[in-house]
Each structure stands twice: as structure tokens, then as C-alpha cells.
Ligand binder design. Structure first.
Ligand code: ADP
Ligand code: MG
Length: 345
């Protein structure tokens, strides 16, 4: 199957060709035709399987093919649980909307509120946001969602875990007219609270499920290493980092304090590790992520802040130094490797 078999606009096909995307992934093959028809979608597929394009392409198609409901309000809103993921979705959007009038704004917490007010005043057609900050802007009346045509929730289950339910419901209320289309995507969507909010926010959705979580993920090799106590665990980690032929590694710890402690330990042993913890301000977080993406650091130590969505192609290994609290989080953590057909450990 090719992208041209999915009913996509010629202009989008040309862009995909430029980006050297030749063949749609399985989730793209199923979700794009449904998305283009304007139907609601509740979709899950494994990590790294191309969900972002599965929702951005139907959104772009709508720009090309249909008239806006209003002239001022955003037409498409994408919500993500973390700022880092919002940035990444925004970057992916820019590869598609460059050179078109369908501009976007990135509206996340930790950045200057007034700058965002100004950006929203330019009436962007796309808004990529985290729910907390977007809800603040609704309250401040710096944006309105009466004309919203498409609401996309990426990693919806994580947004609920992070306590964003009230904000999600407020956003849904602000954009609740009959013609709105709503799409929900994640690798894990079968929790009761997700089903609950989905049944309130989605209208007769097409349920799409491609593959099932970690056991289906044959590109990721999984193993566990037993240890007796913390010092032993630390020693085993050193051993793994010494013997494994890795490109870049993400190490997950349970708490921010563990993240800082472990990073210090690794650096004392001259292993180039950097900590991404929720304690940092946004500028620091941005700079660490962009350094890691540019391969300035081999090892990123973090908590579950980085477990969702992030797509960094050189990550060959994920280490769960501490167990995640929920099984789903394990699926997302290890899914930072083995992406887009690559192998991971
Ligand atoms: P997910 O959200 O399912 O975890 P992403 O949307 O982040 O996955 O995509 C993972 C990677 O796969 C990205 O680097 C993306 O550019 C790439 N990708 C997406 N679609 C395709 C495709 N059709 N062919 C090749 N690579 C793709
Ligand atoms: Mg994703």
C-alpha cells in the first residue's frame, strides 16, 4: 500500500515524497482514511509506529479541502501530556505546513504567557498545546474554540494520569458543537478512565487497534537483570554500560532525587550522563533535550516525564533502573527505542 491509496491530497503526497516517507505504517493505513472522512477515532498502536502522521495528515487534508467554520478560531487543536512531546508534534507539523498558509502555534506551560497571547492573536489554524496552559488561555479569553473543527488527544491516558481531566473537560466544553471531529491516540488506551472520558468526548468513534503493547514489539529485545540491593544494582548498571554496544541510552528512575543521584554517580565515573528532571525550568529542559537530540550526551537519566512520545532515533537502549509504577508506563518507556522499524534493547 502507498500513501496515494489513502485518498490524500496531491499536495500532501508531494510533501511526503520530499520527506522520503514511502509507505504508510499500519496505523496510518487504517486511521488516515477514517480521519479524512471526518469520523471520530479511538486508536491504539505500538510505540514508534507513526501515530503522529496518522493524525496530522487528516488534519492537513482538512485545511486543503474544506472551508473553516469561522475565520478567527484555531481549526485544529492537538493536546499532549508533556511540553517536550508538544514540541515534537509541532516540529512534525512544520514539516507538513511549511510554505502553506496553515500556520501553527505552540502553547505549553513554562513559557511566557504574554508571548503566547500575541501568538494566539495571529489566529493560527493549528494549536499544539499542553492541557493546563491551554485551559489558562481559555479562561483568559486569549483564544476561543467555537470554530474548532478537530480536537486531537495524543497520549490521552497519560493526560488523565497527570490529573488533567478537569482541563480536558473544560476544553471539550469550549469546543462542543456538533460538527467537531475528535481523535484519540496512544499505545495504551484500555483503562476504565480513558474509556469513560472517550465515551463523553467522542461521537460513535471508529475503534482502531493495531498490534498489542509490548509483547508485539518484536523490534525491542527485553531482558531483566536480578540484583540484591542498591549498590549491587549500581554495579550491574556500570557493567551493562561498559559491555553494551550502545548508541544513546535513556535510563528511567523512580523519583527526581534518584535521577539526580544516579546522574552524579555516572558522571563521577566519566560516563557522559545528563539529568532531565521535573525540577528544572523550561529553558533548562529544552536545552537538555536539544543537546541529547544532537548527541552531545550519550546517557539521559530521567523519570516518567520522558516516557511518552519522544522520538529520538539514536536511542538504542532503554534501562529501567527502577520499575515504573504502572504496566502501561513500562510499555511507553521501552518504546523510546525500536522506533520506525529500528531495533532496540
Ligand atoms: P508514535 O507516536 O506511534 O510513537 P511517531 O509518530 O513518533 O510514533 O513516529 C515514529 C517515527 O517514525 C518518527 O521518527 C517518524 O518520523 C517515523 N515515521 C512515521 N511514519 C513513517 C512512515 N510512513 N515511514 C517511515 N517512517 C515513518
Ligand atoms: Mg506519539
Amino acid at each position: 500500500m502507498h500513501f496515494k491509496d489513502l485518498g490524500l491530497d496531491q499536495r500532501l503526497l508531494k510533501k511526503l515524497n520530499h520527506l522520503a516517507f514511502n509507505k504508510p505504517t499500519e496505523i496510518q493505513q487504517t486511521a488516515i482514511p477514517v480521519g479524512i472522512l471526518g469520523k471520530d477515532v479511538l486508536a491504539s498502536s505500538k510505540t514508534g509506529s507513526g501515530k503522529t502522521l496518522a493524525f496530522l495528515l487528516p488534519a492537513m487534508q482538512r485545511m486543503y479541502r474544506s472551508k473553516p467554520f469561522t475565520r478567527r478560531d484555531p481549526r485544529v487543536l492537538v493536546l499532549t501530556p508533556t511540553r517536550e512531546l508538544a514540541k515534537q508534534v509541532f516540529a512534525q507539523l512544520r514539516t507538513l505546513n511549511a510554505g502553506t498558509p496553515y500556520d501553527g502555534a505552540l502553547i505549553v506551560g513554562g513559557e511566557n504567557f504574554n508571548d503566547q497571547v500575541k501568538a494566539l492573536r495571529n489566529d493560527p489554524m493549528f494549536v499544539i498545546a499542553t492541557p493546563g496552559r491551554l485551559a489558562d488561555h481559555l479562561e483568559h479569553r486569549s483564544t476561543h474554540l467555537d470554530g474548532l473543527e478537530m480536537l486531537i488527544l495524543d497520549e490521552a491516558d497519560r493526560m488523565l494520569d497527570l490529573g488533567f481531566e478537569a482541563q480536558l473537560r473544560r476544553i471539550h466544553e469550549a469546543a462542543s458543537h456538533r460538527r467537531r471531529q475528535t481523535l484519540m491516540f496512544s499505545a495504551t488506551l484500555d483503562h476504565a478512565d480513558v474509556i469513560d472520558i472517550a465515551s463523553d468526548m467522542l461521537n460513535a468513534p471508529k475503534r482502531i487497534s493495531v498490534g498489542h503493547s509490548a509483547e508485539e514489539h518484536t523490534d525491542i529485545t527485553q531482558r531483566f537483570i536480578l540484583c540484591d540491593h542498591l549498590d549491587h544494582k549500581q554495579a550491574l548498571l556500570d557493567k551493562v554500560l561498559e559491555t553494551e554496544d550502545y548508541n544513546q541510552v535513556i535510563i528511567f528512575t523512580a523519583t527526581r532525587a534518584d535521577t539526580d543521584r544516579l546522574t552524579k554517580e555516572l558522571n563521577e565515573r566519566k560516563m557522559k550522563a545528563v539529568a532531565l528532571s521535573g525540577n528544572l525550568n523550561q529553558t533548562q529542559r529544552n536545552s537538555i533535550m536539544s543537546q541529547f537530540e544532537r548527541d552531545c550526551h550519550k546517557i539521559l537519566v530521567t523519570t516518567d516525564v520522558a516516557s511518552r512520545g519522544l522520538d529520538i532515533d539514536k536511542v538504542s537502549h532503554v534501562i529501567n533502573f527502577d520499575m515504573p509504577k504502572h504496566a502501561e508506563e513500562y510499555v511507553h518507556r521501552i518504546g523510546r527505542t525500536g522506533r520506525a522499524g529500528n531495533k532496540g534493547d
